[in-house]
Design a protein around this ligand. Structure first.
Ligand code: PLP
Length: 460
């Protein structure tokens, strides 16, 4: 007799050790926010109750990962921990050259130092902030080519992270000589955590082949992306996630990776590629900035945690729970009338702050205003992904970003359903008085990646 499936999708793990959280009063939170210059990155983590600032490096490791930490071999060169790391990486991404790095942006820095430079143009579906900054730092131009569906927060489409392939062809036909490589971010974090279909990756690959360009994946959330392919793209329902990942990798020439996301580690990353001579240049830089290529800025124990995390993150029951918990949060907010990016992505729910705080101009930073209000209301820390993050141009001028979103990023295996219920309550309370929330102005800011350190003040 067939087993009757359960409606409730539970966390497929039980809690092994706990970390207390500190409740604060509204007055304490208001004071902390003011001290932080209304920049949530400047808050002390102990002053945050539920931390949805990022899903990066904030996940809970498994008992097997901690066992790997104990097994870590700290030899400077030729460590067996590196061999286990390399085997786990190439099992999913069979690239010839694997260069470990201390996190994703280090891989980006190395890749773009070699391939970028003034006059170069690097397209992506949507560059993440560090990717864009690392490209622009070399004097090159970072171009976003999201599909038109990806720019409409309320539009339902299974693969809103896709690249606009016609726009890519046009760019390559016009300025192909200036393009050293094409990037594709899976899932598309800045574009709302939306997945990219295998059909789109294949079409991007064809365009790259036509113009002789290598394709690199920014693959931080490859497992969540593969799960969406399995559950949404016709023909993949019965294909194992690991095999879908290998099909994604087979269409690319290389990748950058932050192991702080889907690989369930607290630190780490890598650059992988097939081009031996490009790899040699990258390896020379890696030695200069990260360390010897068998540890690349990581301890042997970190390499072990990543290797084990790679096995765990492609598990069907983990991915089903992971994607379902994001949808649970998103569906509750949507039914409470909060404008959210739909369908829900793999790691976060994105609130459309421009729609919710429609009384504010984008240059009054509706996303920042909303994120600050959420913290004051319930001690929930979220992240603005909008004009604060992307509005400052390399020439110092400011333009509204394509969207003003507030991202509620859910750390992996860290919070339970009742934590998410609390978040739903906090967001709903703030949404009910959204029309009265004041905008923000910037008091001081750096020239690059300003969202990390800028100071703000509310507009009264
Ligand atoms: C899509 C994407 N690319 C690159 C990075 C950078 O990775 P890291 O924070 O490990 O430097 C991130 C981090 O959030 C990301 O989401």
């Amino acid at each position: 007799m067939a087993e009757e499936p359960f409606r409730t999708i539970i966390e497929p793990f039980r809690i092994h050790s706990v970390e207390p959280m500190r409740l604060t009063t509204r007055a304490e939170r208001a004071a902390a926010l003011s001290r932080a210059g209304y920049n949530l990155f400047e808050l002390r983590a102990e002053d945050v109750l539920i931390d949805l600032l990022t899903d990066s490096g904030t996940g809970a490791m498994s008992a097997e990962q901690w066992a790997g930490v104990q097994r870590g071999n700290e030899a400077y060169a030729g460590s067996p921990s590196f061999e286990r790391f390399r085997a786990a990486v190439t099992g999913l991404f069979p690239f010839r050259q694997i260069l470990p790095t201390h996190q994703g942006r280090a891989a980006e820095k190395i890749l773009f130092t070699v391939t970028g430079g003034p006059g170069r143009v690097i397209p992506n579906n949507t560059h993440f902030d560090t990717t864009r900054a690392n490209i622009e730092f070399t004097g090159a131009q970072a171009v976003d080519l999201p599909s038109p569906e990806g720019l409409q927060p309320a539009l339902r489409h299974p693969f809103k992270g896709n690249m606009d392939v016609a726009a890519l062809r046009e760019l390559l036909a016009g300025s192909g000589a200036h393009v050293p490589l094409v990037m594709l971010t899976v899932t598309n974090n800045s574009g709302g955590g939306q997945p990219v279909s295998l059909a789109n990756i294949r079409a991007v690959r064809e365009a790259c082949d036509r113009y002789g360009k290598p394709l690199f994946l920014d693959a931080c959330r490859f497992a969540e992306n593969a799960w969406f392919i399995k559950t949404r793209e016709p023909g993949y329902a019965d294909v194992p996630v690991a095999e879908i990942v290998r099909q994604m990798a087979a269409l690319a020439d290389g990748m950058t990776m932050s192991a702080k996301k889907d690989p369930l580690a607290n630190i780490g990353g890598w650059l992988a590629l097939n081009d031996d001579s490009l790899a040699e240049q990258c390896r020379n830089l890696e030695i200069l900035t990260e360390g010897f290529p068998t540890y690349g800025g990581l301890a042997g124990r970190d390499l072990e945690a990543i290797a084990q995390g790679l096995n765990e993150c492609i598990d069907d029951s983990y991915l089903r729970y992971r994607v379902r918990s994001i949808a649970y949060l998103g569906e509750a907010l949507e039914s409470a009338g909060v404008p959210v990016v739909v369908p829900f992505g793999g790691h976060a729910v994105f609130i459309d702050a421009r729609a919710l705080l429609a009384h504010l101009d984008p240059l009054q930073y509706p996303g920042q205003a909303l994120a600050c209000a959420l913290y004051t209301e319930g001690g929930v820390r979220a992240c603005e992904i909008g004009t604060v993050m992307f509005g400052l141009q390399p020439d110092g001028t400011e333009v509204p970003a394509a969207m003003d979103l507030v991202r509620l990023a859910v750390p992996r295996r860290t919070y339970t359903q009742s934590h998410l219920d609390y978040v739903i309550e906090a967001v709903t309370r703030v949404a009910s008085r959204a029309a009265r929330l004041p905008g923000m102005r910037i008091v001081s800011q750096p020239r690059q990646l300003r969202h990390f350190t800028a100071r703000f003040a509310p507009l009264h």
